[in-house]
Write a protein that binds this ligand. Structure first.
Ligand code: PRP
Ligand code: URA
Length: 206
């Protein structure tokens, strides 16, 4: 199983800020932005580079440059919080969007939007901060695969064991990068201890 829990001290500190129920939306967005930057950096360690040369002010030296295109696909709504960090790190990424919303009664996600570029050959980041039952992430990655995506990585902030099990069963070839593997889901399929509803906390809705 390819689950990477990023344990950088700053990532832990930022996650604590996100978990704190008293953190207001503006501060929540700042914590989320910096933590997403750390997670995306970790998740893109396998992006290909090519060696060439660069002229420093003193001499010519071997030098690496990125040689693989990237795509980032946030799952609406909460995944939008990870788009700006991805664009700042990789300004030339292709961007796609997948809209999925969980039913409050069944916790099953239904798709309401999908706009994807051709993903063939692109190192593709699927971004959604919460992996709870794993239904949303698994559906999204299936869509990415049907658009030629690969390699694909899943980037989340908090994952539940139930969701990780479903995701790796459905997509054993797709690694997950997360800041935390939490304990369990509650009866409403929210992550415990978790941080609540990520979208609501980002945007001040309920
Ligand atoms: C949340 C979250 C994930 C999904 C995770 O979205 O952002 O997309 O739930 O749950 P799952 O692993 O059980 O599928 P939600 O459906 O609440 O939509 P929102 O982002 O628009 O608030
Ligand atoms: N979606 C969230 O935003 N939080 C959870 O705990 C579960 C799903």
């Amino acid at each position: 199983m390819s689950l990477h829990v990023v344990d950088h001290p700053l990532a832990k500190h930022l996650l604590t800020g996100l978990r704190d129920a008293t953190t207001p939306p503006d501060q929540f967005r700042r914590y989320s932005d910096t933590l997403s930057t750390i997670l995306i950096l970790e998740a893109t360690k396998e992006v290909r580079t090519q060696q060439g040369e660069v002229e420093t002010p003193l001499e010519t030296t071997p030098a690496d440059r990125l040689s693989q295109g990237l795509a980032v696909v946030p799952i609406l709504r909460a995944g939008m919080s990870m788009l700006d960090p991805a664009l700042r790190l990789f300004p030339n990424v292709a961007v796609g969007y997948i809209g999925l919303e969980r039913s409050h009664e069944t916790a099953v996600a239904h798709s309401y939007y999908c706009k994807l570029p051709m993903l063939k050959g692109l190192f593709t980041l699927c971004c959604d901060p919460m992996l709870a039952t794993g239904g949303s992430a698994s559906q999204a990655v299936s869509l990415l695969k049907s658009h030629g995506g690969g390699p694909i990585v899943m980037v989340t902030v908090v994952a539940a064991p139930e969701g990780v099990t479903k995701f790796v069963t459905d997509h054993p070839d797709v690694p997950i990068f997360t800041a935390a593997l939490d304990r369990e889901l509650n009866d409403m399929k929210y992550i415990l201890p978790g941080l609540g509803d990520y979208g609501d906390r980002l945007y001040g809705t309920e």
